[in-house]
Design a protein around this ligand. Structure first.
Ligand SMILES: [Mg+2]
Length: 199
């Protein structure tokens, strides 16, 4: 299938839990008992002691994507083999942010087939001048490019993508719905793939 995947970043690859969060940003387990070491100096996000000790991903700054989110994206891309990847995040308006994404993809390591590390650029974006409602930004791109609704996949945490009344009937079912505080999860990816395989 010639899928076109619209990728958001904040709340998808970069979860943003509240500072009062009771779960670890990286592994999502509760910050209880021995997991109560809740911060890294360089990050406002709570991280459990276990993840601090493992130091798996190098949580150097506020913009490092947790490996579990990248693993979930890698699975989705491997399974769907999209024709196009389109950046729909506001990160599209900042070339250094795009470089950051590509850099993190290039450093991604997995025991599975690595799709992310082979992505050298994301040249396609939704309109950089038009910021309104995410669903409408995406729909404008779909119409401009004359894409088939059934070939669209939207990875986002913005509820407008599945609640906006105007476009819900045509694109609501095409969403991989992310919880902003957890980001893209493997379970969500697996459920989505099962659903579209049945339809
Ligand atoms: Mg977002």
């Amino acid at each position: 299938m010639p899928y076109s995947i619209f990728l958001d970043i904040d709340g998808v690859l970069l979860p943003h839990p509240p500072l009062t969060s009771q779960t670890c940003t990286l592994c999502t387990l509760p910050l209880l008992g021995s997991r109560a070491n809740t911060t890294l100096e360089s990050s406002p996000y709570p991280v459990c002691e276990s993840c601090c000790l493992k130091n798996e991903i190098g949580f150097e700054d506020h913009f490092t994507f947790p490996k579990r989110c990248l693993e979930a994206l890698n699975r989705l891309l491997f399974t769907l083999q999209p024709h196009n990847l389109i950046l729909s995040s506001t990160w599209r308006c900042d070339s250094s942010a795009l470089d950051n994404i590509i850099q993190q993809f290039s450093e991604f390591k997995t025991n599975n087939t690595n799709i992310l590390s082979s992505i050298e650029d994301i040249p396609l974006t939704t309109n950089k001048e038009y910021h309104y409602i995410r669903q409408q930004e995406i729909h404008a791109y779909v119409k401009d490019q004359n894409l088939n609704y059934d070939d669209i996949v939207i990875i986002d945490d913005d509820e407008s993508c599945w609640t906006d009344e105007m476009f819900k009937p045509v694109l609501g079912e095409r969403c991989v719905k992310c919880d902003s505080q957890k980001g893209l999860e493997m379970s969500t990816v697996v459920e989505f793939i099962e659903r579209i395989n049945k339809s």
